[in-house]
Design a protein around this ligand. Sequence first.
Ligand code: FEO
Ligand code: CA
Ligand code: CA
Ligand code: CA
Length: 750
Amino acid sequence: MSKSNHFNDENSNTSANPTFDSVLEQRLLNRRSFLGMGASAAAVLGGMSLGLTGCSSGGDVVTPGATPAPTVGPTPVPTAAPNQIVTRLGFKAVPKSLADVVTLPPGYSYQVIYALGDPLTAATTAFKNDGTDADFYNRAGDHHDGMEWFGLDAAGKPSASAADRGLLAMNHEATTDEKLSSFFIHANGGTATLPRPVAEVDKEVDIHGLSVVEIKATNRKWATVQGSSFNRRVTPLTEVEIAGPARGHALLKTKFSPTGTKTRGTINNCGCGKSPWGTYLSGEENWAGYFYRVSADDTNRGDKSVVALKRYGRNAGSTSRHGWETAGADDKYARWNISKTGTSADGSDDYRNEMNGQGYIIEMDAYDKSKALKKRTALGRFAHESAAFGLPVVGKPLTVYLGDDSRNEYMYKFVSKAVWSAADANPSDRIAVGDKYLDEGTLYVAKFNADGSGEWIELSLNNPLIKNYAGYTFADQADICINARLAGDAVGATKMDRPEWGGVHPVTGDYYQTLTNNSNRDINAAASPKLVPDSANPRAYADADGIKSKGNPNGHILRTKEGATVTSFKWDVYLFAAEADMDKGTVNLSNLTDDQDMSSPDGLAFSQSTGICWIQTDDGSYTDVTNCMMLAAIPGKQGDGASKTLSYTKTDGSKLDVVTQVGAAPTADTLKRFLVGPKDCEITGLCETPDGKALFINIQHPGEGTKMADVADPTKYTSQWPSNAGYGAGKRPRSATIVITKDDGGRIGT
Ligand code: FEO
Ligand code: CA
Ligand code: CA
Ligand code: CA
């Protein structure tokens, strides 16, 4: 999602959860045991430099080779061959850049393969890219985001090893817009007033959702297969099933589905995941902004739904992002008005409950159009990003890590009731396996302690804090899943700096979570939504030059390791994003150099082939110096660094000491910038062929800073990518998938 609009970081968490103030006063509860973990990690990793040892105590010396701490938690089973894991990045770092091009290291090349509007059926005409194209339900959608690879063998059957033919399943998150209109897809820029014309709205709806496209390499040149029987669009109008505890629940009843068992479509799909049984998982993120409520709706409702709507960012009187509800009386437009308009007691005659049908992880079988798409409600409802599976262990439950990307929101994990069976890795009915693992289980929310420990708190009526919560009365588990944010409030979960994507290290099993930024961090914060920094979100500062963003403008990447029980974990901050010229003692805590510095990490995924952690940015703070980028990292493991105290002085002269846990600083061999994108884009989405030799990423919304009034004048576009790279007709910028290959045919990043 773009940085330049307000839909991607809405802040509706005004709960009175304690911040870390009280916890921080305890100071260093268990620093020595934490450092014991560091010593253990250092021993394992051959005594690598521990970089930061900023603590004041003289006892903070880590002795390489010290007796390792006992291993805790389940033993991870690597999903990548450990002997294939890269220990040193083999390319030359790419410099920061403001050029309207994709820059790669020497020895690497890319091709654009799939851009907004590209035809998916044999009968669909070539994309003219002048605003006159229609039938987007047969074309690539807009704002390509999360994406996964699904291999096909020569016979067109699913294959875990195929590396030259496969499907890309991807999210089409949103659209480049200004004043209601998605202006690049309308000839004259579209209508910026209400009511919105039907023809414009129909196109705008259809460019959202998901797509599946077959791709093929011939002599290492990749292209989509137009007319492949696998090609597919899912839009906000596609009928989908509600699955899990909320299926059939009173809060899901609508005029479209009086039984509360289905809804239409998926919207604002951002991060993603791939299940161990081979399905695509997509996170519905900033869906709330598409719905409209009349100003009298609180009074008209007069029930607890008012609390829930407010908590999810839809106060009475909220206008919608595109005004789709104004296009006509047809039900497909009326559904975007979630005001109570009917007279029924249960909402089956209007769309007052329509928004409860969005906000989930939705599962799709990319190989099989005949299978229903299912919203997995057990995984909670919030601004979902990725769904990252812990390393599967036969006979143990599966873990799925989840983040809620809004300012001050929470991190979650879902643990399945069913235990993993190896036979489910290659099933005949993949969605049935999804039913088995994703519809029953336990949802937890994360609470971080200053000493590097943490707690996964169960979200269920078993927890008295939820059962007796004064802020909202939960009817049952479905109500808890649908209103997971309120349940997180009830148990005092830790408010985070916008959890974006996460990924699980294929060998250590550690979970890495990007926290992209948070303008609400403030050392002088007195009341919500402003927050003082805490241990897990420890920085609040102003960019010293350039754009001068405040709060935590550059973000960080947090890392967790499961503990001895399902409710315990350990954590540290793997990496603090920062500008290289910022102070190393307070802001640039990971000692980033000019080859490594970055702002607002967002996408994150591990290569199963090389173990490289790919980090992608969606930034608005460092864009005076560089366009958004992708970096390659070889992280160590949780606990490989040290505790550090950040000492702040508030404007009233009082002190605020924040204890945090800083991972070992990267070296020139373990973190490098690999790619810089064109102007005004975000780099996102990542998947690869199983041999690690073709890497697919998405360039989202190049040129999004263009003004709607300039739509007819290409010289005023802030980007003309990918047409300036030789791809497609017209000069309007387009979101697109690229494939990156190494000229010598090797694995990417080696
Ligand atoms: Fe769509 Fe949170 O990024
Ligand atoms: Ca600077
Ligand atoms: Ca994102
Ligand atoms: Ca983002």
